[in-house]
Design a protein. Sequence first.
Length: 240
Amino acid sequence: MSICFIADLHLSADRPEIAQRFLHFLQQEATQHRTLYILGDLFEVWLGDDLSSQVHANILYALKRVTETGTAIYVQHGNRDFLLGRQFEELSGCQLLEDPYLIDLESEQILLMHGDQLCSDDLSYQKYRKWVRNRFSLWVLRHLPKSVRRRVGTTLRQRSEYGKQQKSVEIMDVTQDTVEAVTRQWNSTHLVHGHTHRPGYETFRLENRLIYRLVLGDWGASQKENVWVFSEGEFSQRHY
């Protein structure tokens, strides 16, 4: 059976049409694959398992139903839902993955990432990411009162939107030197990631090896190519 990759759904109560498309995807498409990988930002914001799970109960239930059919679902943290935890795993049936994470598909070494680490020219974001993703910060955030976490979530979203308006397109895209360094470190033949919302496909040579970089699109209204599928030794791109 095939392997499916998606990312950047940014599910929220404010955009019910995306949630409906995703629920339809889970019911009609996901169960056709052996494995589904969700490479970050499944949710627009996740304020902790004890709080966010109440808002997204129908999504968690649908994910659980898919895993009960035999399709394994693996999820990486994104820059919006980095507080996903053990209760999310229990309620959804999904398994959280480290980022980066290397898998072997028919002797091809496929490196999976959310992709925000690759945008190394965005120095202010990388500084923020280093702070917010360390264990102590995560522990503090998870133990804040719910009302405080709601305010923190609102602030982070506002700062993110403001930052997008102030930064150039080039800064918010991946840095090729970083892409090559990560690929070399993991000795991968393919790199699959999201985050940039720029679906596409490119190849480059690294020490006489041909490397493939596959970028997942987001699930916004434009419905760009947002799904990659690996089947019978080949990747194919589609939209849902």
